[in-house]
Design a binder for this molecule. Structure first.
Ligand code: NAP
Length: 500
C-alpha cells in the first residue's frame, strides 16, 4: 500500500512538529525539508526523528530541483552528514530515509546511511518537463538493492502525464516513487497506489507559513478524506472529470462522498487535460470506467463516442462518458439537471408563456436551449460569436443576437427569465460580466449556471435590482445525481440526499 508522506517546510523544528501533530492521524511518514529551516535550526535536525515518532525522510533540496537550499554543495553535504551522524541502535531515533539526488556522488554519505539502516531515496527532479525516457531513468537509478528510485517531474501537457503512467506500468513491481508535480499532476498523488509508487507526497497547504508546495499538491486530509486514498487498491475503479484548466470543480467531492457512503470500490479524480485526444488515449491506458466532461470539451468529445443517446446526437454536446466494450457511450445529464432546477425554482411544470434570454451558445447553452424548447418556452440566444448564436437558435426558431447594444435591445421582449451559460465570471475571473450592457428591471428571474463563486458579478447586479436569482449549484447536484445513475445503474441514495 502506498504510504502518505507530509513535506514539512516550516522554519523551525517546533513548528514542524506542531503541524505534524495536526495531521498525524493521516500520515505514515514525514519529510523534513531542512532547506526551509532557519540557519540555527539546522543544527537541531539530528534529534528530529525521535521527536517526530514516525519514519522521517531527511531532505535538503537545491534551488535547481525546486527546493530552497541556496548554499554550496560542501555545506549541503556537511548538513546531510550531521543528520546521519551518531546513529543509534534504536533505529526509530535515526532518519529512516535520506533523499540523495541522482547526480550527488558522495560515497561516505551513502555508507553512513547504509550502515545505520537509513534507506536511500535516489531522486531525480525535472522542473521543466518529464524528460525523454522516464522508464530508462528509473531503471538506471538503481545503484544498490534497497535504494528507492524517485522521479518527480513537471508535466507541460497531458501527454506528459500519460507518459508517466506508461512508465509506471512498464516498471510495475519495481520499488519506486513516481509523481507529476503541478496542477496537471494532482491525479498522480491520488493514484499513487495505481502507479505502484512507494509513497504519495502531501503538503500542509492550509498553513500559511509552510511554503514550497507546488500548485496542485493536496493536504493529507484531502488525500484521505476527500480522495479516500486508503481505500484505493488494485481493483478500484477509476472515474474522473475531464476539463481544462479545471482549476475549480466540485465533482470529486460529490462522487467520492457517495462512493464512500455506498461502499463502492471506486475513486473520482480530476483530469485537467489540454487536449481531448490525449485524454482519450490516457483513459484507455488506465482503464477509466467513466467521466464527467466539462468546459471546454462537451462538444469536442463527440468524435470519440462509439454510442451516443439521441439527446447527445441532437444537442451536439455530451457531459458524461461511460466506458463500454465498444469504447465510449455519451450521455447528457445537464439537460434534466437544468430544467428540474429552474422549474422547481419558479414553481412551474414547463416554460409555457415564458420569454427567455439565453446568454451563451457553448455546450451548456445547448442543453439549456433544448430544454427551453422541449418545455415550450420562447427564447432569444445571445452570444459573443454571432454565428454560434444563430446556429444554436435556428433549429428551435429562437431569436438570436450578439452580446452588444442590439442584442440587449432585443432582450426587452425576452426578459421573464435570463439564463447565463457562459464561463464569464467564473472563479478566478470574478470581475467578468457577460451582460454588463443590460440593466435589470427587478422583475426578471435570473439564473447563472456558474456555481463558484456563489454569486457572480452578474447575479450580484441582478439581486441588487430586486430580481429573484439562482446559481448553478442545484443544477450541478441534480446533473451529477443523474450521472451517478448512469455510471452505476441505480438511483442516487435517498439517505444521502437527506444529509445534504
Ligand atoms: P463552453 O462550451 O466552452 O462555452 C463557453 C461559452 O462562453 C461560449 O458561449 C463562449 O462564447 C462564452 N464565452 C467564453 N468566454 C467569453 C468571453 N470572454 N466573453 C463572452 N463570452 C464568452 O463551456 P460550457 O461547457 O458551455 O460551460 C459554460 C459555463 O457553464 C461554465 O462556467 C460551466 O462551469 C457552467 N456549467 C454549469 C453547469 C452546472 O451544472 N451548474 C453545467 C454545465 C456548465 P463564444 O461562443 O463566443 O466562444
Amino acid at each position: 500500500m502506498a504510504k502518505i508522506c507530509l513535506c514539512l517546510t516550516g522554519k523551525t523544528i517546533a513548528r514542524n512538529l506542531e503541524v505534524l501533530e495536526k495531521y498525524r492521524k493521516y500520515l505514515d511518514m514525514v519529510e523534513l525539508r531542512v532547506d526551509y529551516l532557519d540557519p540555527d535550526e539546522k543544527f537541531l535536525i539530528r534529534r528530529f526523528p525521535e521527536m517526530a515518532g514516525l519514519p522521517v525522510i531527511l531532505t535538503i533540496r537545491r534551488l535547481m530541483d525546486g527546493g530552497n537550499f541556496a548554499g554550496g554543495e560542501g555545506s549541503r553535504i556537511s548538513l546531510l552528514s550531521k543528520g546521519l551522524a551518531f546513529a543509534e541502535a534504536d533505529r526509530r531515533h535515526n532518519f529512516a530515509y535520506v533523499d540523495l539526488e541522482d547526480d550527488l556522488n558522495v560515497p561516505s554519505l551513502e555508507e553512513a546511511a547504509r550502515t545505520f539502516g537509513t534507506r536511500i531515496i535516489r531522486s531525480y527532479h525535472n522542473m521543466q518537463g518529464v524528460g525523454d525516457d522516464i522508464e530508462g531513468r528509473l531503471r538506471s537509478m538503481f545503484h544498490v538493492g534497497d535504494e528507492i528510485a524517485k522521479v518527480a517531474v513537471m508535466p507541460q501537457t497531458f501527454d506528459d502525464v500519460h507518459r508517466v503512467y506508461q512508465a509506471a506500468r512498464k516498471t510495475a513491481g519495481m520499488e519506486k516513487i513516481l509523481l507529476c508535480m503541478g496542477h496537471l499532476g494532482t491525479n498522480t498523488s491520488i493514484l499513487a497506489e495505481y502507479l505502484d509508487s512507494y509513497l504519495s507526497y502531501t503538503a500542509a497547504i492550509d498553513e500559511e507559513d509552510f511554503p514550497g508546495g507546488t500548485a496542485g499538491q493536496l493536504s493529507p486530509r484531502d488525500l484521505v478524506e476527500l480522495y479516500r486514498f486508503r481505500d484505493v487498491g488494485s481493483q478500484t475503479k477509476i472515474y474522473g472529470v475531464l476539463g481544462y484548466p479545471l482549476k475549480i470543480t466540485s465533482s470529486p467531492e460529490f462522487f467520492n462522498t457517495v462512493f464512500s457512503f455506498e461502499k463502492i470500490d471506486a475513486v473520482y479524480v480530476p483530469f485537467p487535460s489540454d487536449s481531448v485526444e490525449s485524454f482519450m488515449k490516457f483513459a484507455r491506458e488506465i482503464n477509466l470506467s467513466g467521466a464527467s466532461v466539462t468546459v471546454p470539451y462537451k462538444e469536442k468529445v463527440l468524435p470519440y463516442l462509439g454510442h451516443k443517446t439521441a439527446e447527445v446526437e441532437s444537442l451536439g454536446a455530451c457531459n458524461t462518458l461511460i466506458a463500454d466494450s465498444q469504447g465510449w457511450s455519451g450521455i447528457n445529464t445537464d439537460t434534466r439537471g437544468f430544467s428540474d432546477s429552474l422549474l422547481q425554482f419558479i414553481g412551474a411544470r414547463d416554460f409555457r408563456k415564458k420569454r427567455i434570454t439565453i446568454v451563451g451558445a457553448g455546450g451548456a447553452a445547448k442543453a439549456v436551449a433544448a430544454e427551453v424548447f422541449r418545455l415550450k418556452g420562447k427564447a432569444l440566444v445571445l452570444n459573443r460569436t454571432l454565428i454560434r448564436a444563430r446556429e444554436l437558435a435556428a433549429p428551435y426558431r429562437f431569436a438570436w443576437g450578439g452580446l452588444d447594444g442590439l442584442g440587449v435591445e432585443l432582450m426587452n421582449g425576452f426578459n421573464d427569465i435570463i439564463i447565463q451559460t457562459t464561463s464569464v465570471g467564473m472563479a478566478p475571473d470574478l470581475e467578468g460580466d457577460p451582460l454588463d450592457l443590460y440593466s435589470f428591471k427587478g422583475t426578471e428571474v435570473v439564473m447563472d449556471l456558474i456555481y463558484k463563486p456563489e454569486r457572480t458579478r452578474f447575479l450580484t447586479r441582478a439581486a441588487a435590482a430586486g430580481c429573484r436569482i439562482l446559481n448553478g449549484h442545484d443544477m450541478l447536484m441534480r446533473q451529477a445525481k443523474y450521472q451517478y445513475s448512469c455510471f452505476f445503474g441505480k438511483e442516487y441514495p435517498s439517505k444521502l440526499v437527506s444529509r445534504e
